[in-house]
Design a protein around this ligand. Structure first.
Ligand SMILES: C[S@@+](CC[C@H](N)C(=O)[O-])C[C@H]1O[C@@H](n2cnc3c(N)ncnc32)[C@H](O)[C@@H]1O
Length: 493
């Protein structure tokens, strides 16, 4: 007789896994809540997004709803978040010009919680660290909540995930940020008690009971969970070491596995219970006090365990912690590579005046005023000019970075060419050098077609700013004879 082959986790399909994982969670729930959860999972998740206050005024969301005939519902726990009623979504969230221009970020509603948990004073610029940041959804939220004068360090250990983070932050128009690529475990010992707020949105097994575009439910082994849990404890320890006394840390995962959620907080309280407290959040979704085998520290209940039925989201876990006194842990000097050794240098006074003059003359853009207002400095790398956060140069000048700030543009034989990311962020301040794309040509232009042009070019710079007849930014174009060459970046589709 043939022996029945044992099915391994690797052979389990995502659909089979989704069913068995729901059963695995059943013992953690009351019968009533399990029924509510099972019912909830019959309904699709509503798409949701968060608007970019750097690029969109509060009334912009009403204009969006009107333009695309969207029925929107505000997300109660995130003032900049909205859900889209699927029935009204004849134009999907990812298809609009506004999405392409970084005016909103498509994000599952639960993922809006971690950054909302921080107590922040918009008038007090802070120093923030996002320890595991790519692709940057929550970093954009930190940038928005921190305001332009705060500095955000976005770190991720994976080299392959840095480009996505760079694209997302540039598209968001985030100037006061820098991106690093280090194991997050190092930050605490390199920069003890340096940051006002630290977010650790930890790598996890993604058992959120919902398959979304960015979170596919996949089979996971107990061994993997154990390894993840160890890494999560190390990352959270590093985050807590890096935060100032009195500062806050948010720990979050998109998994419902207790070993990666409550058990992590429990281990931290076991070790640092005298130096750390878990804060209440005001959202009713208490953490577990036991996983059936182990009882957790009573403060763990103040965490947020979001079974999908609680707030109609994917499964999620978050915990807000405050450091109440210093940690006695080893420290180490951080790696050092002076900025000048990387080819970047501060722009000379003459270079600054020249750049400010050209931008004012060609585009009506007052660079000097903006640098002052947002506390930025001008930096040069070959022909490219950047705006870097001043605070980065005063506090982290020697820390090796992957990128920082926003590119302003390039010196070229045709004159100074402003960068798309810069115009897209400060579009309203570019009052000259604009060309309107006729209504009938807008869709072709957005599909990267060039535009025939017979107008007077004598007062225009070589690279012009394109708008639609309603005055919305459509990217840059280069005047060449009787046409305008389309310079829309390809990743902006
Ligand atoms: C859940 S994702 C972060 C999602 C991101 N916060 C967002 O909202 O877009 C976890 C990230 O942690 C990174 N990561 C994994 N191990 C890490 C470590 N030891 N230190 C820093 N980052 C790590 C992964 O590369 C991944 O990008």
């Amino acid at each position: 007789m043939k022996r029945k082959k044992k099915t391994t986790v690797a052979e389990t399909t995502p659909a089979e896994w989704e069913k068995t994982s729901l059963q695995r969670f059943q013992p953690l729930l009351s019968a009533d809540e399990f029924e509510l959860l099972t019912n909830e999972l019959q309904h699709p998740l509503q798409p949701s997004f968060r608007i970019n206050p750097l690029k969109m005024k509060p009334e912009g969301v009403l204009q969006l709803a009107k333009r695309y005939h969207w029925m929107l519902a505000p997300i109660p726990f995130c003032p900049t978040g909205y859900r889209l009623k699927e029935a009204s979504a004849s134009v999907s969230l990812s298809q609009t010009l506004e999405h392409r221009m970084g005016q909103y970020y498509i994000q599952e509603a639960a993922s809006m919680i971690p950054v909302e948990l921080f107590h922040l004073d918009a008038d007090l610029p802070g120093l923030f660290l996002d320890l595991a940041a790519s692709p940057g959804g929550k970093t954009t939220h930190l940038v928005s909540r921190g305001g332009d004068r705060s500095l955000v360090i976005a770190n991720d250990s994976s080299a392959g995930r840095i480009p996505a983070l760079q694209i997302v932050l540039q598209n968001w128009g985030a100037v006061n940020q820098m991106i690093t690529q280090f194991p997050g475990e190092k930050y605490g010992m390199w920069f003890p008690e340096a940051f006002d707020r630290v977010l650790i949105d930890a790598p996890c097994s993604m058992q959120g009971l919902r398959t979304t575009e960015s979170h596919e439910t996949r089979p996971v082994t107990d061994r993997e969970i154990l390894a993840l849990s160890k890494r999560q404890v190390s990352l959270l320890t590093s985050a807590l070491q890096a935060v100032k006394v009195g500062g806050e840390v948010v720990y979050s995962t998109c998994t419902l596995v207790p070993e990666e959620d409550e058990a992590v907080i429990d281990q931290i309280l076991d070790r640092f219970g005298d130096q750390v407290e878990v804060l209440q959040t005001g959202i009713s979704a208490p953490g577990l006090l036991s996983d059936g085998n182990f009882d957790y520290h009573p403060e763990v209940e103040r965490s947020l365990r979001l079974w999908p039925n609680r707030l109609h989201t994917a499964g999620f876990f978050a915990c807000l912690l405050r450091k109440t006194s210093s940690f006695d842990l080893p420290t180490q000097p951080p790696p050092s590579r002076p900025l000048e050794r990387t080819g970047f240098s501060r722009l000379s006074q003459t270079g600054q005046s020249r750049l400010a003059h050209v931008l004012l003359k060609d585009y009506g853009f007052d660079l000097a005023a903006l640098m002052e207002e947002l506390d930025l400095v001008l930096v040069s790398y070959r022909d490219r000019r950047f705006a870097f956060p001043r605070r980065m140069l005063s506090q982290f000048a020697d820390l090796p970075v992957q990128s920082a700030g926003l590119p302003i543009g390039d010196e070229s034989p045709d004159g100074f060419i402003p960068a798309h990311a810069w115009i897209s962020r400060f579009f309203d301040l570019f009052t000259e050098g604009r060309v309107v794309v006729p209504e009938e040509a807008v869709s072709g232009w957005l599909n990267f077609e060039d535009l025939p042009f017979e107008g007077d070019t004598s007062s225009l710079p070589a690279v012009v700013i394109m708008t639609d007849p309603a005055g919305r930014y459509l990217g840059r174009g280069k005047l060449t004879g009787h046409r305008i060459r389309n310079l829309l970046p390809r990743h902006s589709r």
